[in-house]
Design a protein around this ligand. Structure first.
Ligand code: HPA
Length: 278
């Protein structure tokens, strides 16, 4: 067996099995998939209140055959599927990170599962460190583009169901209409470029400076695998990151989780605004 043959990719049965297990539990066909980053677990409750209605079911990734459980504090490893306001959505409370040891292709599993369930939009949220020193913790950064400095491409080894490699156009990963809607719905908010690193260690000051000079606004350890996979699957992508700390200065994961908790409020409201617009 060649290496490419066992790297997770469409048609391998992994996402297909998970999607089938979800369909057995609920008839809801989500229009959008949402991935909640570290410490953002409360977003569903907040969005439900803002939308005036939330009606859904929630279950653990452990109940879905083939779905690895996230091992990171602050990532619940639960999936919510239902309606927020009038919009059917699937919300992944916890993602699979490259730094946990998962292959890049598996770090993109959420996008594959959402696409199989029928979602045409992927909303990716994530805590991030500010490379731009003018950004205060608490600022929402709507992604305009990204730099993949993770050292690997999430589509390596992928075969599309017809057997072809996915030579995907990434000239516009993040959907401008969704980004404009998010920018209009939040404050403080800026548009920016997400520099993705593999982690799990945070950046040295020199690494932060080099990513900033390369054009990064914020730095984080996720988003890119799911965003690139979503584009390969023809989905529209909204990237929302939230500044929890200045990059390259002393930072702890606990500090990031506390700052993310306060971000839940803003992201919940933006989510409802954006979901109402497509
Ligand atoms: N670096 C990388 N990822 C992060 C950071 C950071 O400073 N803060 C939150 N996620």
């Amino acid at each position: 067996m060649t290496e490419a043959a066992w790297l997770p990719s469409p048609g391998d049965g992994i996402a297909e099995g998970i999607a089938a297990a979800i369909r057995e539990r609920t008839p809801v066909e989500p229009a959008a998939g949402v991935v909640l980053g570290s410490g953002l677990g409360r977003v569903i409750d907040i969005a439900g209140q803002a939308a005036g209605r939330s009606d859904g079911v929630e279950f653990s990734y452990e109940d879905l055959p083939g779905f690895p459980s996230p091992s990171v504090l602050g990532h619940a490893g639960r999936m919510w599927i239902g309606e927020l306001g009038e919009r059917p959505v699937v919300v992944f409370r916890g993602r699979l990170h490259f730094y946990e040891g998962h292959p890049m292709a598996l770090a993109a599993l959420t996008s594959r599962v959402a696409a199989l369930l029928g979602a045409r939009v992927m909303v990716l949220t994530a805590a991030a460190g500010a490379l731009d020193r003018a950004l205060d913790p608490g600022t929402l950064v709507v992604l305009r583009d990204h730099i993949n400095a993770m050292g690997e491409n999430p589509l390596r080894g992928w075969r599309m169901p017809d057997g072809s490699p996915p030579f995907v156009d990434l000239s516009q990963v993040y959907d401008p209409d969704l980004a404009a809607a998010a920018l209009a719905a939040a404050a403080p908010v800026v548009e920016g470029v997400y520099a993705a690193v593999s982690g799990p260690s945070y950046e040295t000051p020199a690494e932060s400076e080099s990513l900033r000079r390369a054009g990064g606004t914020v730095v984080g350890m996720s988003v890119v695998p799911e965003a690139v996979a979503a584009r390969a699957l023809g989905m529209r992508v909204l990237g929302l990151s939230f500044v929890t700390n200045a990059a390259g200065v002393q930072v702890s994961h606990e500090e990031v989780l506390v700052a993310s908790e306060t971000a839940s409020e803003a992201i919940g409201r933006v989510l409802v605004e954006v979901l109402g617009r497509f």
